[in-house]
Design a protein around this ligand. Structure first.
Ligand code: ADP
Ligand code: ZN
Length: 804
């Protein structure tokens, strides 16, 4: 019987496919390595996930090559990744690909060089003719890339090279494919003829202004110039031609934290609450047992200090720490503190890393050369081998949930990983999510709290303005007055606008009621295209807009963009410097860092932003925070809208008054009595969580049930719709065989964002309190759907977070 291997290929379909191994590759086979295989009528890269005897009677195809010298994962990590694949109903191949992001080798060039031992072996002619030929080619080239060698010599394989390396005949080093990887940016510097008094500049105000800026700032990145002056494309060529400026190129620093100064950060003497939390966690770390904690501490209560101490303890025990943060570029200060405390024992994995840097960080982690790995959600897959503590900071953040397959939630996975590695797990937040709080109440997590800010700093004062009583403008009287006086006092203001709402939100301007679906109690949205209102959970669709369910008045749309807010601020404060921070203006890490540093230097008076400004950044100069419309997030068609609103208002408020001046927060809302807003203003998370839990119980939403969202998308609307309709029927037929109410189905219905990149999108939500049953139905359903049409994409989103 022949030996065969099981290969997971990163596509939907089977968990793995069996292949045979030709003799010349047999030595290199090991679980965890990538292989090149023939797949259908093309080639594909896959992962070896098992070895064993071939099923008899079936003729298997040979693998073509083995890519890696060393396995990328060991058996223990494979167990974890299998769990992810099972739970999130996604093939192992797709999970493995997601767990080994981007450039783990593929875009790295392997440089091959013969060793002295190789030369000797060549002379002693102890090799087969083919081997000698290949080695000779290497010898003659001095140094050659593996790619070139494979093209040059027939029948060469990566695995042959790997085996040369194992035998000490060659050395392999890595180089990044430089043509695509090194990013440069344009830097504007003063030219030899730079002269502000030049006659050439007469009446050329814009050009003179740009030149003056360049002269004062010396080296100005083009992107920065654009940020300040808008489109400068028309002026720069002219300025360059007249030798007022020169354009140079500079490599973009891939480490967004490179410029951060690492003044050392001394451990503080812990407060009593910190001490209690630290003691409990460190017992668990020392015993090496799985122990989950929910660390609920108000903003500025010293959670990070607790993390640092616990990690210190773990390192002293010879263990490693994994720290997850919502979005690495938004947490430069946290990273800075970790670096200051643990120096180069820290590896930061973030999206701005080049393939080579990521590869290095990865290898260092797997060899135990770093003790702390910090990263966003995908760092949950970092190859640490001796984890003792896992920390999930701001555990309530949505960004831990991946939207596309595998649609995993790194927060939830941290507990699975903690159990598998016998580690302590800390979920930390000022506003824990309802699920985590419920787990703490059920004693699944140990609940720890830090109820006070350190050093008796007070929490900011929060005022709520009832917009029903205002004139219908963007700013209420109170916010307008505070904005002006704060500016006159030379202080900074943040204006927060949650734009992740839909302009189709319908709200009663006289009583503030948001129009809700009678079936699902999520918000209804208005669609301009066919002038209808729709529910995106159950598919309800109506042509007539009903009057307010509460007071009978007519309802109106609500929609404000950051741009409109900016115009209004400029009208009220014509002399102020206003900046916007949202996905459109702050794409690119450097840009974001620059916005922050401009803010820190006091160059910005008013910052207008979306949720990005709510993240944990210390900005001591900010003394006023205005929430333009708390209703926008309340109106998101999602059962979590109340929770989101509470979290956002609380977190945004936490941005204010971090320095010595107490801060003021003004929240504008048509629903000042909504629990999310009331409890956020009193900063009473527990009360909020208790009432939200009751609500979820009544409506059977998580944590009182589990959800699986089946998503569909297709290019041809009618075909997609018919597959969706069929699937709906099929799903209902399936659940009709189950006990009544065991699994409930909402939809299928069009997604709120109906069309993305030319694909029409639908969703169907399955709901049940029995997780196993829900999973099994979802799996059966997907299998059935896979047989319907090859043109419609479908996927399961387990424990979904996004319904847009
Ligand atoms: P959180 O993570 O809860 O927002 P941090 O850990 O960032 O809070 O602490 C807020 C601020 O208080 C930081 O500047 C930190 O250096 C400081 N701090 C933390 N713990 C203490 C302590 N025990 N004594 C004095 N200052 C502290
Ligand atoms: Zn509905």
């Amino acid at each position: 019987m022949d030996e065969s291997i099981q290969v997971a290929v990163p596509i939907p379909g089977e968990q793995y496919y069996s292949y045979s191994v030709p003799e010349h590759l047999a030595d290199g086979v090991k679980v965890g390595k990538r292989v090149l295989v023939p797949f259908r009528n093309r080639r594909s890269i896959g992962f070896i996930v098992g070895t064993g005897d071939a099923p008899s009677g079936i003729k298997l195809r040979d693998i073509i090559d083995i890519i890696d010298e060393e396995p990328l994962f060991d058996q223990r990590r494979l167990e974890f990744l299998k769990w992810v694949s099972q739970y999130y109903i996604c093939t192992l191949g797709i999970v493995l690909k997601a767990a080994h992001p981007g450039g783990l080798g593929v875009s790295l060039r392997r440089l091959i060089k013969i060793t002295e031992n190789g030369v000797r072996t060549l002379d002693e002619s102890r090799l087969t003719a083919h081997e000698a030929h290949v080695l000779n080619t290497i010898y003659n080239s001095g140094e050659i890339t593996s790619q070139k060698l494979l093209n040059l010599v027939e029948n060469t394989s990566n695995e042959l090279l790997n085996s040369f390396k194992r035998r000490g005949l060659i050395e392999i080093s890595y180089e990044i494919d430089s043509d695509t990887k090194i990013k440069t940016e344009k830097i504007i510097v003063a030219g030899d003829g730079a002269n502000l008094q030049s006659k050439l500049l007469e009446r050329k105000y814009a050009k003179a202004e740009i030149l003056e800026f360049v002269l004062t700032h010396r080296r100005v990145p083009l992107s920065y110039l654009k940020e300040i002056f808008g489109n400068v494309g028309a002026h720069l060529p002219w300025l360059e031609e007249k030798e007022f400026i020169k354009i140079e190129y500079q490599e973009i620093s891939r480490d967004p934290f490179a410029d951060i100064d690492l003044s050392d950060d001394k451990p503080h003497k812990l407060t009593l609450d910190q001490e209690i939390a630290f003691e409990k966690i460190s017992v668990a770390v020392n015993e090496g047992e799985y122990a989950p904690f929910l660390l609920h501490g108000v903003t500025g209560s010293g959670k990070t200090e607790v993390y640092l101490r616990v990690i210190q303890e773990a390192i002293a025990k010879g263990k490693e720490a994994l720290v997850l943060v919502p979005e690495i570029s938004l947490t430069p200060q946290l990273v800075k503190r970790f670096r200051a405390r643990f120096g180069n024992q820290v590896a930061v994995i973030h999206s701005a890393l080049s393939d080579g840097e990521r590869f290095d960080a990865w290898r260092m982690a797997s060899r135990g050369e770093v003790k702390v790995v910090i990263g966003a959600r995908s760092a949950i897959f970092a190859p640490l081998s001796n984890i003792g503590i896992i920390i999930v900071d701001e555990e309530h953040e949505n960004s831990y949930k991946q939207e596309e397959a595998p649609a995993y939630n790194a927060r939830d996975l941290s507990l699975v990983l903690g159990r598998m590695t016998n580690s302590a797990v800390i979920l930390g937040s000022a506003t824990p999510c309802v699920e985590s709080y419920s787990n703490a109440l059920k004693n699944r997590y140990t609940y720890l709290t830090l109820p006070l800010r350190v050093e008796d700093r007070s929490l900011p004062k929060i005022e709520v303005v009832d917009m029903k009583k205002e004139a219908g403008e963007i700013f209420s009287e109170m916010l307008k007055r505070s904005l002006i006086s704060n500016f006159e006092d030379g202080k900074q203001t943040i204006l927060f606008l949650n734009r992740r709402g839909y302009s189709g939100l319908l709200i009663c301007h006289s009583c503030g009621e948001i129009l809700k679906c009678p079936n699902c109690t999520v918000s209804l949205t208005y669609h301009v295209e066919d002038k209808s209102i729709k529910c995106h959970m159950c598919g309800l669709s109506e042509r007539t807009i009903p009057n307010c369910q509460n007071c009978g008045e007519g309802v109106k749309g609500l929609g404000i963009g950051t741009q409109k807010v900016e115009e209004e601020v400029k009208r009220i404060l014509p002399n102020s410097t206003v900046a916007r921070m949202d996905r459109d203006t702050a794409s690119g890490k450097n840009k974001l860092m620059r916005l922050y540093s401009r803010l820190e230097r006091g160059e910005i008076d008013v910052l207008i932003g979306t949720q990005m400004v709510a993240k944990g950044h210390d900005l001591p100069g900010v003394t006023l925070v205005g929430v333009i419309s708390a209703d926008i997030s309340l109106g998101i068609p999602d059962f979590r809208s109340g929770e989101r609103t509470f979290q956002l208002v609380t977190q945004v408020a936490g941005r204010s008054g971090r320095g010595d001046h107490p801060g003021v927060v003004i929240v504008q809302s048509y629903n000042p009595d909504h629990p999310s807003i009331v409890y956020a203003t009193t900063q009473d998370s527990k009360a909020f969580l208790e009432q939200e839990l009751k609500l979820r119980e009544q409506l059977k939403y998580p944590p009182s049930s589990r959800l699986v969202n089946i998503r569909f998308s297709g290019i041809i609307e009618q075909d997609t719709e018919s597959v969706v309709r069929e699937s709906g029927k099929l799903a209902r037929a399936m659940i009709s065989k189950l006990p009544v109410g065991a699994v409930e189905i909402l939809g299928p219905s069009p997604c709120p964002i109906y069309k993305i990149r030319n694909r029409f999108r639908f969703q169907m939500l399955l709901k049940s309190s029995n997780s196993a049953m829900l999973h099994s139905i979802s799996r059966q359903l997907l299998t059935a759907i896979s047989k319907m049409s090859s043109n419609v994409r479908y996927s399961a989103d387990v424990d979904p977070y996004y319904f847009s």
